[in-house]
Design a protein around this ligand. Structure first.
Ligand SMILES: C[S@@+](CC[C@H](N)C(=O)[O-])C[C@H]1O[C@@H](n2cnc3c(N)ncnc32)[C@H](O)[C@@H]1O
Length: 649
């Protein structure tokens, strides 16, 4: 039974909760008692824990009849795959000094994984490495991963990090379990079927340190009964920080697994009013011993606020890599225009900016005599024309509008719009590329929306340079400027998706992506700014920027898989629009962030700056970006000469 649905969240998947069990050779009974107890799946040992290959008295060294928990026939295939996660024997130690133990461990691990694959389990839980050195364990897991069809391996990692980094603490005594995970996954080359099961402990590391994990491949969070506090009525509850962490797990589709013994009371009939599944308390004497923990977890899930409408709409795009549009080189399709046009917030901001510009341009006294010439360059199917006419009506200013568009298909829509709305007197449609249009008069106001997720990446600067010829010397450009921003992120899912293409081209491409399973490791910093009109005729659109990021000291080390990019545009005076997280325009959905991947992820740590270089390069037919890191290590300059990714002029 899922943890429940979040109110109003019908599109989101349900969240499930599992339970860690002891070994039992009666798997059907084990499964049915736990499912009846309210859990969705069991994390159960597959093999008798007393088994050691070297102790098999048949001399087969483990090759004889193995003490697995029943045959594959005891459950149906869908029960095995839907309700059982295999728990690999916790005694295994593949990096032990003891050769017998090491060999036994290796044999057992392979036997258990082989059995779990045979059963088509979705995942197996691997025990945490026994010490900081885990090379042999990782080598063995890596070998298994090479031939594993679809099963996931969840490596148990205790969620611990001591916060006493500063003040000359001996680094040898520092605990940061992230290192364990990092060295293990590096040894396994970021394999996409290897992920983490975080073991949540009674005390938690700092928020920044916890945040790192949300960019890693975390599939499960195991929470023991001893991490729960006791409320006034004897029921389990969690600290505020643990509650927030659980909410973050739910938001990132991380499965919860409850483990340990019943440490809190569960008197039948004595209901905790904070728990929602109260009917289940009435099951009386047959309650699962961990039922109150499950109820509490379900309560935490159900009380979460529903996802805002925009987030719900964007669910299907989360962490999905898209190639950025090429609106200059290609002609946009009707569907793309339709999506833009639904973003009312964007047009409201433009209308506000245009209104302010019209009022600045023409005083109240001149309003009936003067006509402002406004040109929408890149008019698409006309929403900015509408915004301009509404601004004129709102301010009582007279307007002549030129709608310039190079997409012949959008021109057809523009003509029918003008006719339908009766705008023939005010609107003149020009089917032309703005860079070569010979305008009959000069504009007071030039309005455009040629912005990409990284501001200038859809070549707004090049287009507006071409259009500036027909803007009066004192004319206004809306937008008047735009700036791109980047920040380093952990994004193991995105990195693996790029890597799955197995070529350089995909590593040297910037993607548009609704970032979700990422950790933002430092605040954003501005990269390139373009202002319009550009007064200097000498200034070219090539740019270079070197940025230094500091990782907050309580974060600990982290992996940078690439950079998230954003923009902020000043439309006019105080009216802005953008997606830079700290100033993002709310409820606007036209742009997702951009992602610049790194070919080789870089491990960063507090105290050593992360130095990034970004170039915007302009050729005669294309514009492209190049990027690299020079500290703490140097990485290759990606995309030299725009060999993999460029935007056509
Ligand atoms: C991002 S869309 C915006 C469309 C519309 N203004 C809106 O807000 O929905 C950019 C539009 O500019 C047009 N465009 C791009 N470069 C152009 C150019 N050099 N000359 C004329 N139109 C251009 C594209 O065809 C596209 O219709």
């Amino acid at each position: 039974m899922p943890l429940g649905e979040r109110t109003g969240d019908e599109k989101s998947e349900s969240r499930y909760c599992g339970v860690e069990t002891e070994f039992s050779d009666d798997v059907p009974q084990l499964l049915s008692s736990n499912l009846h107890g309210g859990f969705d799946f069991v994390v159960a040992p597959l093999m008798d824990p007393t088994y050691r290959p070297s102790l098999m008295d048949d001399g087969s060294n483990g090759a004889g009849l193995l003490p697995f928990a029943g045959s594959d026939l005891v459950l149906s295939p869908s029960q095995w795959s839907g309700h059982v996660v295999g728990k690999i024997s916790s005694w295994i130690d593949l990096d032990s000094e003891d050769e017998v133990l090491r060999t036994d461990s290796e044999i057992t691990l392979k036997q258990e994984i082989s059995w779990a694959s045979h059963l088509s389990l979705q995942a197996c839980l691997l025990p945490s490495p026994k010490g900081p050195s885990c090379a042999n364990y990782a080598r063995c897991v890596n070998e298994i991963l090479q031939n594993l069809t679809s099963m996931q391996l969840w490596l148990t990692i205790p969620l611990e990090k001591s916060d006493s980094d500063a003040g000359g603490a001996n680094p040898d005594h520092m605990i940061d379990s992230w290192y364990l995970w990092n060295s293990f996954r590096l040894l396994c080359e970021h394999h996409s079927q290897l992920s983490v099961a975080l073991h949540v402990l009674p005390s938690l590391p700092s928020a920044n340190s916890l945040g790192r994990w949300f960019g890693e491949s975390v599939r499960a969070a195991i929470i023991s009964s001893n991490s729960f506090l006791t409320n006034a009525r004897g029921y389990p509850c969690l600290s505020k920080r643990h509650q927030n962490l659980m909410a973050a797990f739910f938001n990132h589709s991380i499965q919860i697994v409850i483990s340990g013994e019943q440490l809190h009371s569960l008197p039948p009939g004595n209901l905790d009013t904070t728990a929602n599944n109260s009917d289940n308390h009435n099951e009386g004497l047959h309650l699962h011993p961990l039922r109150s923990y499950l109820d509490y977890v379900a309560y935490l899930y159900q009380r979460m606020d529903p996802l805002p409408e925009q987030e719900r709409f964007e669910l299907g795009y989360r962490d999905y890599l898209q190639s950025p549009l090429q609106p200059l080189m290609d002609n946009l399709e009707a569907q793309t225009y339709e999506t833009f046009e639904k973003d009312t917030v964007k047009y409201i901001q433009y209308q506000r900016a245009i209104s302010k510009a019209l009022l600045d341009r023409v005083s109240d006294e001149e309003a009936s005599a003067l006509t402002t010439v406004l040109m929408v360059v890149g008019a698409g199917r006309g929403p900015l024309v509408r915004a301009a006419l509404q601004a004129a009506e709102e301010t009582g200013r007279k307007l002549r509008v030129y709608a310039v568009e190079k997409n012949p298909n959008a021109i057809i829509t523009l003509h029918s719009l003008v006719k339908l709305e009766g705008w023939e007197k005010e609107v003149i449609i020009i089917s032309c590329d703005m860079r070569c249009w010979d305008a009959p008069e000069k504009a007071d106001v030039l309005v455009s929306e040629l912005l990409g997720s990284f501001g200038d990446n859809e070549l707004s600067p090049e287009c507006l340079d071409g259009a500036q010829r027909f803007l009066k010397p004192d004319g206004i450009s809306i937008p008047s400027s735009y700036t791109s921003f980047i920040q380093p992120i952990t994004a193991s899912k995105l990195y693996n998706d790029v890597k799955s293409h197995k070529d350089l081209l995909h590593f040297e491409t910037a993607y548009v992506v609704k970032l979700h399973r990422v950790a933002r490791l430092a605040s954003t910093q501005p990269v390139f700014t373009f202002a319009h009109p550009e007064s200097s005729t000498k200034r070219k659109n090539d740019r270079y920027k070197k940025l230094e990021f500091e990782i907050p000291c309580d974060t600990g080390s982290a992996m940078v898989h690439g950079f998230a990019g954003y923009f902020d545009a000043t439309l006019y005076k105080d009216v802005h629009l953008g997606i830079e997280p700290s100033t993002a325009t709310s409820n606007m959905f036209s742009w997702f962030p951009i992602f610049f991947p790194l070919r080789t992820p870089v491990c960063v740590q507090p105290g050593i700056p992360l130095i990034v270089h970004l170039w915007r390069c302009c050729g005669s037919t294309k514009v492209w970006y190049e990027w690299c890191v020079s500290s703490p290590v140097s990485t290759p300059v990606q995309n030299p000469n725009g060999r993999s990714y460029w935007v056509g002029l």
